[in-house]
Design a protein around this ligand. Structure first.
Ligand SMILES: Nc1nc2c(ncn2[C@@H]2O[C@H](COP(=O)(O)OP(=O)(O)OP(=O)(O)O)[C@@H](O)[C@H]2O)c(=O)[nH]1
Ligand SMILES: [Mg+2]
Length: 300
């Protein structure tokens, strides 16, 4: 997660700062780092390299250019590669927008305020979430519930795919939902459509028939889907013969989350589930990086 971004001059003036965190983070580490760096960059001219350093739980990714220092402060588990890409975009767009202003700058920092919306767009992460499962199980209804749109009503089958975006401000992340049609004729496309998804919402109906059909389908898709990405949603818990989520978990061998996609008060539950998966995603990424480093170390 990205917490802060800064653009400061070599004399230590902060031209632009935007904070994306809600929780407390150690401001003393950040200001110590900035002060040390502002004096350090006086000694170099145009250095385009992008570096990163971790201090306690904060990762600093930085680059200096033309007496300016660009910094991203993020969770230490955030991927270096991603942060460096974002810093490059941030730096290049700032320089192309303000190169003239900086040369004749009169000390008024409000001129940099218009950078805010550009910075927000650059800092935003994208997470692809695919919804799959048999036709009529409630995938589109679940997506409508997430979006806060009208739920319930007639069944209109999804024709191959529908894509919707949802902003999660606390995580500064844009969720891109791929609502995939469940009818048999669309299933040959599932593998391709779910390929680079970060999270898969596998939706099933909670009736005995629905659960056993879904388990069969689940076994088929497990051949091409990474099981750690899958969240099992046991929908239609309101039906009289619905099997409780605990029992469905046993049948599938993974945790099932009970849901009623047509009941607005379930919205909070699905949003919390998504938040948990997003936090999980960050720690999984960190774990993967650690593993990759260890493997590299072992092969040297
Ligand atoms: N009782 C009940 N009905 C639901 C629930 N969720 C969805 N439905 C109904 O089930 C029907 C099918 O829902 P959709 O969300 O369109 O199903 P889908 O999975 O998107 O179907 P495809 O697009 O064909 O793959 C609709 O009539 C919904 O109103 C639920 O939790 N309980
Ligand atoms: Mg649908």
């Amino acid at each position: 997660m990205i917490w802060d971004i800064y653009v400061i001059t070599s004399s230590g003036i902060c031209l632009f700062h935007k904070s994306y965190h809600k929780q407390w983070i150690d401001e003393s580490i950040i200001s110590g780092f900035l002060t040390a760096f502002a004096s350090f960059i006086k000694s170099f001219d145009s250095e385009e390299e992008i570096e990163s350093v971790v201090m306690r739980n904060i990762k600093f990714v930085y680059s200096s250019y033309d007496e300016l220092l660009f910094i991203i402060c993020a969770d230490k588990n955030e991927r270096d590669e991603l942060l460096k890409k974002k810093l490059k975009m941030l730096r290049d767009s700032f320089l192309s927008l303000f190169s003239k202003e900086i040369k004749k700058w009169d000390g008024d920092i409000s001129v940099f305020k218009r950078f805010e919306s550009i910075a927000d767009d650059i800092m935003k992460s994208h997470v692809k979430i695919a919804l799959i499962g048999k036709d009529g199980v409630g995938k589109t209804s679940l997506l409508n519930l997430i979006m806060g749109e009208n739920v319930g009503g007639n069944y209109t089958p999804t024709m191959l795919i529908d894509i919707k975006e949802y902003e999660m401000p606390v995580f500064n992340v844009k969720l891109i939902f791929w609502d995939i049609g469940g009818q048999e004729k669309f299933r040959p496309f599932w593998e391709k459509l779910t390929k680079d998804a970060d999270i898969i919402l596998f939706v099933c109906e909670s009736t005995p028939k629905g659960v056993y059909e879904a388990r069969e389908l689940f076994q088929q898709i497990s051949k091409f889907l990474n099981p750690t990405k899958i969240i099992l949603v046991a929908n239609k818990q309101d039906l009289p013969n619905a099997i409780p989520p605990e029992k469905i978990s046993e049948i599938f061998g993974i945790k099932a989350h009970g849901m009623v996609a047509v009941a607005p008060h379930y919205r909070q539950r699905i949003l919390e589930l998504l938040e948990d998966s997003l936090s999980d995603l960050t720690s999984k990424q960190a774990f993967r990086e650690l593993q990759e480093k260890e493997e590299m170390g072992a092969s040297i």
